[in-house]
Ligand binder design. Structure first.
Ligand code: ZN
Ligand code: ZN
Length: 370
C-alpha cells in the first residue's frame, strides 16, 4: 500500500475535512460491492475506505502527513494489534475487517424427490417439475431498491460496514470491529426498498424445471442440476437442485442391478411337453421357448432386455424364473388320465434329493423379488 491516500481519494493535500468526506462518498457510491461487483472495484473500495479512515481522523491525518504511518497508516499500532487479535480469536467480528459485505449471495441448494416407473428406468425419461422457489425480482432486477432509487452510504460506519472499538485485553489495547448495526454490515442502507420484493431482490415463485432422467437410475440416487436451485438475495447466482430418485414398485418385474427379474407360471402339461409363449416385457414382446421337461426354478435368460446401463455399455438381461403349476380340482376323467399316466411309469416314491443350495437361493431371490 504505497499509494498516497490523497491520490486515492482524488483530493489535494490541503483538502478540508468536508472535501475529504465528499470525495469518499462519491467514490464509495461508485465502488461499493453492492453496486460494483468486480474484484477490481472491491480492491479500490478497500483502499478508498482505508484512506478515508486515516484522513478523516485529524490526529491520524497529521501523523500521516508527517510520514509517520506509511505502512498501512493504521496509526497507534492498531494495525499490528488487529492482526494479532484476529490470529488469536479467529473469526471474531465476522472475521471480515476488510470492508462491507455484499447483499448479493448465492441461493440455497434444494433437494426434491421424484418417483419414476420401472419402465421409465429402462430407457430414461424426461420430466417437467414445477418447483416452488425464489426467482430474481423483475421490478428491481436484484438491486433491492424501488425503481429510480439507489442504496446510500451508511452514515454510521461511513460505508465500511464495520464499527471499530478499542478493547482492553491480555494483549493490551486492541482494536476490534463488529458489523455495523445500522446497515447490518452492508455499508449501505436502502432508503426505499423495492415494493415487489420488500428489498430482498428476489421473490417466491413457481418455476418449471426440465429434467432428463437418465436410463439406469436407481432408488436413492441423486441427480445434480447445477443452477436450478433458488435465486440468491440481491441478484445472487442460483443454487443447485438435487433430485433424489425413487423407483416405484412394479407388479411383474423387479430389478437386480441392470437385470430385470420376473416369475412365469407354466402349467404342468406345458412344462412336460414344452411350448412357446409370447409375453409383454417392459419394452415390447418377447417370445420364450419353454423346453420339454422344464422344472420349477429353471431360469430363462433373454439377453439385452434388461435395464440400459447408467454409464453406457448396453443393457442387462431379463431373467425369467419358471414356476410349474400343478393342476387342482380335477374332474373324474382327468383323474383317470393321470392315473393311467402314473401306471405307465416305473413307480418312484417321494424321496430326499441331494441338498441344492442353489435351488433355494434361486427360489428365495425370486419370491423376495430381489
Ligand atoms: Zn425487487
Ligand atoms: Zn453502517
Amino acid at each position: 500500500m504505497a499509494t498516497d491516500h490523497y491520490e486515492v481519494l482524488g483530493v489535494e493535500r490541503d483538502a478540508t475535512p468536508e472535501e475529504i468526506k465528499k470525495a469518499y462518498r462519491r467514490l464509495a457510491r461508485e465502488l461499493h460491492p453492492d453496486v460494483n461487483p468486480s474484484a477490481d472495484a472491491a480492491e479500490r473500495f478497500k483502499s478508498v475506505t482505508h484512506a478515508y479512515d486515516v484522513l478523516s481522523d485529524p490526529q491520524e491525518r497529521q501523523r500521516y502527513d508527517m510520514g509517520g504511518s506509511g505502512f498501512g497508516g493504521g496509526g497507534a499500532g492498531s494495525f499490528g494489534f488487529g492482526d494479532i487479535f484476529e490470529t488469536f480469536f479467529g473469526a471474531a467480528a465476522g472475521g471480515r475487517t476488510a470492508g462491507p459485505r455484499s447483499r448479493r449471495e448465492r441461493g440455497q441448494d434444494a433437494l426434491l424427490r421424484i418417483e419414476v416407473d420401472l419402465d421409465e428406468v429402462v430407457f430414461g425419461t424426461k420430466r417437467d417439475l414445477e418447483v416452488d422457489t425464489a426467482v430474481l425480482c423483475e421490478t428491481c432486477e436484484g438491486s433491492c431498491c424501488a425503481p429510480g432509487t439507489h442504496p446510500v452510504t451508511c452514515d454510521i460506519c461511513h460505508g465500511t460496514g464495520q464499527i471499530q472499538r478499542a478493547m482492553r485485553s491480555l494483549l493490551g489495547n486492541v482494536m476490534t470491529s463488529s458489523p455495523c448495526g445500522t446497515c447490518r454490515g452492508y455499508g449501505t442502507v436502502i432508503p426505499s426498498p423495492c415494493p415487489t420484493c420488500a428489498g430482498q431482490g428476489r421473490v417466491r415463485a413457481k418455476r418449471t424445471v426440465h429434467v432428463d432422467v437418465p436410463a439406469g437410475v436407481d432408488t436413492g440416487m441423486r441427480l445434480h442440476l447445477p443452477g436450478e436451485g433458488e435465486a440468491g438475495p440481491a441478484g445472487g447466482e442460483h443454487g443447485d437442485l438435487y433430485l433424489e430418485v425413487k423407483v416405484k414398485h412394479h407388479k411383474v418385474f423387479s430389478r437386480s442391478g441392470d437385470d430385470l427379474l420376473a416369475t412365469l407360471e407354466v402349467q404342468m402339461a406345458d412344462a412336460v411337453l414344452g411350448t412357446t409363449a409370447t409375453l409383454a416385457s417392459l419394452d415390447g414382446d418377447v417370445t420364450l421357448d419353454i423346453k420339454p421337461g422344464t422344472q420349477s426354478a429353471d431360469i430363462i435368460t433373454v439377453k439385452d432386455r434388461g435395464i440400459t446401463r447408467l454409464r453406457g455399455g448396453g443393457r442387462g438381461e431379463l431373467k425369467i424364473g419358471i414356476q410349474v403349476v400343478t393342476p387342482v380340482r380335477l374332474n373324474s376323467k382327468e383323474t383317470e388320465l393321470i392315473k393311467q399316466f402314473a401306471a405307465s411309469r416305473r413307480p418312484v416314491p417321494p424321496e430326499f434329493s441331494t441338498f441344492q443350495q442353489g435351488l433355494f437361493a434361486k427360489l428365495r431371490d425370486r419370491f423376495l423379488g430381489v
